[in-house]
Ligand binder design. Structure first.
Ligand SMILES: [Zn+2]
Length: 400
């Protein structure tokens, strides 16, 4: 009868051997006790191109997709973006996407595209200090966008760590350039995309990754190239410290009348037209870059090098973004934020991660109570059943 008392809901049929019945009751009770335990863990300027036309081939979109799209592989574990979330970041069709946004409402801001940080040794009309200040303005601008994205990500979850449906739903595309966009996912992707735009432009607009034309003398129309890979130490957007710019680094002076031999403000300066590697064909699946259409991009492998560096830089920025989320919000909340940003159905796909420690005090108290109940009931059951079982065996031997 002890079996029925341990678990009142269980009725032990009398035709069973009493010892077997008690053992059966014991096992079934343990299973029933485990059910709520299990439920407890089931959780609720002109740049790399943005458009297709006018010499552009949506280069920013293709670089971003090559770097961060899950592209039919296994579901994202945070390192890549699922289809619809990627569309918001990279753009699709005629949509600019977050990475293209600066070519719409920041087209006249050189800091958004790392323009106007031009310098050349020996009698150049601008000093190294001026050029470095301009580049610092670009890096600071991108750091601001990066931080905006981190702050917006903090609104993806409630206090207990659950993804907030209204903050992540993509029933319509993100409204970029719209201060009334309420969804935290969209605002976070927009900030990150704007930061990516400038980070990618850095390689198209500077001589960091390229080489001078060896068939012509070095000068304002053919500045030296640094021929370095991405990522660049200059683009650490988690930092706030001053950037240390190589002496020969230059970007291009940009005015609307963009010509290799500069006019107006760009007279006698290294121009965007002379230095940029903005355009060509990029495979969005593997990042292979061919058919450059700008003068500097056509020198040796300059276009391919700029694209490769931009792809590497894009991955680095996403890694840095995830690391910054962890540093700011803790690893568990950051994991759910990353899931919410990269998955297309975060409410259902982003379950509570293992090792979650963001429960409220009430929930933790309930958890402790459940653990004690399981342990206590198990001990009581063992104490009650074991003597009866021994008696049953003793009686059995006596009757043989
Ligand atoms: Zn740009």
């Amino acid at each position: 009868m002890q079996g029925q008392e341990i678990c009142p809901a269980l009725v032990v049929r009398r035709r069973l051997d009493p010892a077997r019945a008690r053992r059966l009751a014991f096992v079934v009770c343990l299973i029933l006790i485990q059910i709520p335990w299990t439920l407890l863990f089931a959780g609720p300027a002109t740049a790399f191109g943005t458009i297709d036309g006018g010499g552009q081939h949506r280069e920013h979109e293709r670089i971003t997709r090559a770097a961060l799209s899950c592209a039919g592989t296994t579901p994202s574990r945070g390192e890549c973006f699922a289809d619809r979330s990627m569309d918001q970041l990279a753009g699709r069709g005629r949509g600019f996407g977050a990475v293209g946004a600066p070519d719409s409402d920041e087209i006249g801001n050189p800091a958004a595209h790392c323009d106007d940080a031009d310098f050349l040794a020996n009698g150049y009309p601008r000093t190294r200090r001026q050029a470095t200040a301009q580049l610092t303005g670009c890096v600071d601008h991108l750091r601001t966008r990066f931080r905006e994205a981190i702050i917006s990500a903090g609104e993806l979850l409630d206090d207990k760590g659950w993804v907030l449906r209204d903050e992540v739903i993509l029933d319509s595309d993100c409204r970029l350039f719209d201060n009334n966009e309420g969804r935290a996912k969209c605002r976070s992707i927009e900030g990150f995309g704007r930061a990516l735009h400038g980070a990618q432009d850095f390689y198209a607009h500077s001589n960091w990754a390229d080489e001078a034309d060896p068939t012509r003398p070095v000068g304002a129309d053919n500045p030296p190239g640094l021929n370095r890979p991405g990522p660049s130490v200059l683009l650490d957007l988690r930092e706030r410290s001053a950037v240390r710019v190589p002496a020969e680094l230059t970007t291009g002076c940009f005015v609307l009348k963009d010509e290799i031999f500069g006019v107006g403000e760009c007279l006698n300066r290294v121009t965007h037209a002379a230095l940029n590697k903005d355009n060509g064909l990029i495979d969005p699946l593997n990042g292979v870059a061919i058919e450059p259409t700008t003068a500097r991009g056509a020198v040796r492998q300059n276009f391919a090098k700029a694209v490769s560096a931009a792809i590497t830089e894009t991955r680095r920025q996403w890694n840095d973004f995830r690391a910054e989320l962890s540093a700011r919000y803790g690893a568990d909340r950051a994991a759910r934020m990353i899931c919410a940003i990269t998955r297309d159905d975060p409410v259902h796909e982003c379950k509570r991660p293992a090792g979650w420690t963001g429960d409220s005090i009430d929930e933790r108290a309930g958890l402790v109570t459940a653990i004690l109940a399981v342990v206590g009931l198990t001990v009581v059951a063992a104490v009650l059943i074991m003597p009866a079982s021994r008696r049953s065996h003793g009686q059995g031997r006596g009757s043989d």
